[in-house]
Design a protein around this ligand. Structure first.
Ligand code: ADP
Ligand code: MG
Length: 616
């Protein structure tokens, strides 16, 4: 019998391989733009005809190529970007496989013009179906121009698979935007059928985002920025009100490479949860940078998927970074006083804010796991200075016994700032409970609406943290100690946490196998029912056991805070509301609950006036 195995002819093998890299005009757009970036270009022009079916051309002012390189670059596995397998793990360029130009050359007609700095003449090369038709010296600008013509002219089956011009053009614009967002310091333009669609000047990321995604985002972007020893994140998320009913303006870049990750997307959505309706999507443009050694780039480059050493860390990191950013944006309006810019620069004013920022980042337990190096200076447990400042921000020198103090009473420390705040004090009104869930409280620049449970949770959380770190909580002894019979698993949880529980004011003692005697509970809560209190705590604790990266102690503190917090539906007296407000703003991170939800939302007078179309 005859042998049946043949070697595929080169150009057929090339065409097959090319199919993986170049699936449609947009694939070529991505590859050519990235090559220009890798070549160090600062100005990159993209020209499209007939949705790329007729022409995709990229002109750059980058390094250019020598005669030989100009020929070599179309060979499969021809790359200047890696030399050894080691390089692969430190790759910082966009390309590295040396497949793109070979693939493009296999499925189209290519014209290349390129010239290096210092070369008088450049090279011109024409290729058809992987075959060099012409190579000659030419006059050309510094840099490289590559034109891909008549994509799939030699593979009609694939050409037929291309979608409508509108659909193909949308893919092209998507790829263009992704590259342009990743490199805001480079100039990009896109011209389609002779018409300019984009002209993006060099600038900041914010300018780039706004130029691409719309000017209306200008005042609607919240800066995200966290730096740790392991990874960094920076970029923007849209304020909650800009979220849309359609996905779309959502971009993740890892080491400047656009990626799709439903997992990380989930982390962002999670950070936004409860701030936007469930079926709407916030804008985000986020850049994560980490050591390339932690990223598996061996995944196919066109798939835009990526593997990380530890996805869970990344998830937690992204989520907490965004919560942190959103929390800061929520607190900003409350701080926005009508002060002279000069005064605003004073330390007294900037101090609590930055302290607080630091605390916010440090307080997410997740965050702590990354940043032991940064931790020491961030947490300032001793200082109660926030209390003073928040009261001042509130427009009150002291509370609650100042209600009768006439506005002209001098403040203890007389300074210009204090005088300003004293003025604010005259605005003070008693808080009002709304629907037995919220506390409405007037501040100088408008009013805030406090979520009573979330606020109390924050207060208790910080109180308990302190109890564990410094001074145990007082216990209120029960008149009649109760025995508590638990399931074996629950008993195990309780016994493991016994010392912490005791520090938090629970007086518990083992009594037989799965039984405990409860002799007392924290003095600051009136439970009346110790058993219910501990069962509730266990429930919470188990609920939090799915939380990533929370250690046991953190979970315990959160559980007890949650469990003992004033629930919605509880009627509060004026004094109680005042206390909540006072204690909340004495917290190091008053604006979010331990789980990261807002404790209050501020409504600015300015905005209210706009809503009522006053002065318009
Ligand atoms: P890769 O980018 O993976 O190295 P490509 O096939 O995209 O593979 O490009 C092959 C090589 O051609 C690159 O490594 C680079 O040296 C060179 N090259 C491609 N495009 C350009 C360009 N616009 N300017 C200068 N050199 C280029
Ligand atoms: Mg490349």
């Amino acid at each position: 019998m005859a042998d049946i195995i043949n070697l595929l002819p080169d150009n057929l093998a090339n065409q097959i391989a090319a199919g993986e890299v170049i699936q449609r005009p947009a694939s070529a757009v991505k590859e050519l733009l990235e090559n220009a970036v890798d070549a160090g270009a600062t100005e990159i022009q993209l020209f499209i005809k007939d949705a790329g079916k007729e022409l995709v051309q990229v002109i750059d002012n980058g390094s250019g190529m020598s005669d030989t390189d100009a020929r070599m670059c179309f060979e499969r596995h021809a790359t200047s970007k890696i030399r050894s397998i080691d390089d692969l793990f430190h790759i910082r360029t966009m390309g590295f496989r040396g497949e793109a130009l070979a693939s493009i050359a296999a499925v189209s007609q290519v014209e290349l013009k390129t010239r290096r700095d210092g070369d008088e003449l450049g090279s011109f090369i024409e290729i058809d179906n992987s075959v060099i038709k012409k190579q000659e010296p030419c006059q050309t600008a510094l840099g490289t121009s590559i034109a891909m013509k008549n994509l799939f002219f030699n593979v009609p089956a694939r050409r037929n698979f291309l979608k409508s011009n509108a659909a193909e053009m949308r893919h092209i614009v998507d790829e263009f935007i992704r590259v342009a967002l990743a490199f805001p310091h480079l100039q990009f333009s896109l011209n389609s059928n002779g018409q300019q669609m984009f002209h993006l000047e060099k600038g900041s990321l914010k300018q780039r985002v706004v130029n691409i995604l719309g000017q209306h985002y200008n005042s609607k972007l919240v800066t995200v920025k966290e730096t740790t020893d392991y990874m960094n994140i920076h970029g923007f998320v849209g304020k909650p009100e800009t979220s849309k009913k359609t996905r779309g303006d959502q971009f993740f870049f890892v080491n400047n490479r656009f990626i799709k990750s439903s997992y990380l997307n989930h982390a962002v959505m999670n950070a936004f949860s409860e701030m936007i309706p469930t079926d709407s999507y916030p804008l985000y443009v986020l850049f994560i940078d980490l050591d390339p050694a932690h990223v598996d780039i061996n995944v196919h480059p066109t798939k835009q998927e990526i593997k990380f050493d530890d996805e869970r860390i990344l998830y937690a990191f992204v989520q907490s970074a965004i919560k942190h950013a959103l929390a800061q944006f929520s607190v900003t309006p409350a701080l926005d006083f009508d002060l002279d810019p000069g005064i605003q620069q004073l330390d007294a004013l900037t101090q609590p804010f930055t302290e607080q920022k630091k605390n916010q980042s440090a307080n997410t337990s997740i965050y702590k796991t990354f940043t032991h190096a940064n931790q020491a200076h961030v947490i300032d447990k001793s200082s109660n200075s926030n209390l003073l400042h928040w009261k001042e921000l509130y427009g009150e020198p002291s509370r609650p016994d100042n209600d009768n103090v006439p506005p002209e009473t001098p403040l203890s420390t007389a300074s210009l700032i204090d005088e300003r705040w004293q003025e604010a004090a005259t605005d003070h009104k008693v808080p009002v409970q709304v629907h037995q869930q919220f506390i409405l409280s007037q501040i100088k620049s408008g009013f805030i609406l406090i979520d009573q449970r979330a606020a109390h949770e924050r207060i208790l959380y910080e109180r308990y943290q302190k109890a564990l770190a410094e001074k145990p909580m007082a216990t209120q002894q029960s008149l009649f100690p109760q025995t508590l019979e638990l399931l074996p698993a629950d008993a195990l949880i309780i016994s493991e946490m016994l010392p912490d529980l005791q520090a938090l004011g629970y007086d518990l003692e083992p009594f037989g196998q799965h039984t405990f005697v409860v002799r007392g509970t924290p003095a600051d809560i009136q439970t009346g029912n110790e058993q219910a209190s501990i069962e509730g705590l266990l429930e919470q604790f188990k609920h939090y056991s799915n939380e990533l990266k929370l250690n046991r102690r953190e979970r315990l503190v959160r559980s007890i805070a949650r469990n003992n917090a004033i629930p919605p539906g509880k009627v509060l007296g004026t004094r109680e509301m005042q206390n909540i407000i006072d204690e909340l703003f004495a917290c190091s991170t008053p604006n979010v609950s331990p789980g990261g939800r807002f404790t209050f939302i501020s409504f600015k007078l300015n905005d209210l006036e706009k809503m009522f179309e006053r002065g318009m």
